[in-house]
Write a protein that binds this ligand. Sequence first.
Ligand code: ARG
Length: 608
Amino acid sequence: MKKKLTRIFEKAFQDLGFDPAYGEVIVSDRPDLGQFQCNGALACAKAAKKNPREIAQKIVAAVAPALLPASDGSLSLAGPGFINITLTDEFIAREVAAVSKDARYGIEKNSKPEKTVIDFGGPNVAKAMHVGHLRSSIIGDSLQRIFRFYGNTVVGDNHLGDWGSPMGMLILEVQAKNPSLPYFDAAFSGQYPAESPVTLADLEEMYPRAAARFKTDEKFKADVLRVTDELQKGRKGYKALWQHFVNVTVADLKRDYATMGITFDTWLGESFFEDKMPAMVESLKKGGFTEISQGALIIPLSESKSVANSDSEEEATPTEETAEGQAPGMPPLILVKSGGGFLYHTSDLATIQYRVDQEKADLILYVVDKRQSMHFKQVFTAASKTGLAKAAQLEHLGFGTMNGTDGKPFKTRSGGVLKLRDLIQMLNDEARSKLNELGVSKEYPVDEVQEIARLVGMATLKFADLKNNRVSDYVFDLKKFAQFEGFTGPYLLYAAVRIKSILRKAREAGLNPGAIVPAQVPTERNLMLEIVKLPDAFSRSITGREPHHLAQFGYDLSQSFNTFYKDCHILRETDSAKQASWLGLCQLVHDEIVFCLTMLGITVPERM
Ligand code: ARG
């Protein structure tokens, strides 16, 4: 609707010889004066050094009735040149009817679909998925759904952290515990065991210990680097053991992702790019993009002379990077350490080359903690400077931290770092107790209640995450987000399920949704005006790469529906055309809410 009106006003401005961009129409902030407004006359007058009211008058005369007949809407002038637009109920009903017949709810397809790689998730081997990876997974999954619906071909890639010195640490830890295993015997020529010698729990316990020791124990550090180097050069026993690390981690991750209903098309971890790095480095050297600095091979990224500090890069746990905005220029990108060995940057550059050349990506989106912004700035700058990115567009979509009510990164009850499984348990428990308290689903079979609680729990988590602007930190207040009232996931689930049950009851009484007729009640009109805002919310989610516009829209729509439903007694209505139209609105609102939730990765239970 907004778009349609904007096109009309653009034409009016253009016909009068002005820039059509002034024709933008927005939803009115003064609903008492009009439903929509166009304020372009003011800016236009300023630029043309003319009287704004006169221009506004000319625009009004050009729009109505030629472009907007009286049967569709009327215009009024306010203040120095605001144009208010009030549409007729006939016009609004026609628009809603068109939306109800459209499987895309009026959302246009991308006219130039782009091959899009979305890099999200990105957990690390031997480390439990932490809050940052959880957020990346939830946001990334929503974005892949949104971009697919938009018409792009999307590859969702889980860029697993499965390479580098942490792997060397783990190998040494396993060796210390169990030196007789064949993996450590360089002369071993038999078949390595198919069974992993370690579980994920073992790895999770080993890793923090080894990482701490790595920082303080020089001898251990040297050993780790040596072992890592041998692993990277392909030492068979190490490779076989490493494969077990990856397998046990991935098996566990897949279970977690399945619980959350999140899928990836590819799992090309850092290790996948290992054999692609040497050739890339060579070609960058040949292209003259590199320099030697303190023994390391670097790509300088800014004019100012800065010195590569390959030592501090050593164990740059990516998420802990905070270098942003400190140096006057951009620090150089270290391609190869002084000791020989590649870094996080190097593998990200090789990844770009692969995505551009092999996967033919036009757009690559990285859904990664905003604290890695310096890393991506460097990588993107290098990728464009060296031509590796070709024409592809690279974007880091950073996000903030999920904090607990104490303002610190979210922890579980036991005070430990968040473990996804524990969090899901907490969500389930809370959903269960809420359902009990409200008497929802109480007559349903135990299994079904359990499934409903699971879906409510997931909706609580995902909605809490996606309702916020991506970049802001947010406080995860479980009690608050599990409420069935307010701006929460359960509220939207309940709204959708309730409308479904209204429709079911109607059907049982022999009543079915019918043609949409013009509104006669203000709450009904408001609902109709809300329904047609979906394409705008969707397009903002695309442009900003921000799912929260759809979360907000779903919430606003549910609220408008509740107000309408209190006011209009559908099942008791005696005018059958009106009743059928109201049921048509119910159906459409239901479908739009479910659509928004689907785009957020949230599944609606059959009943509640
Ligand atoms: N594994 C990384 C981490 O834990 C995230 C990977 C993000 N993707 C990338 N292409 N760098 O911080």
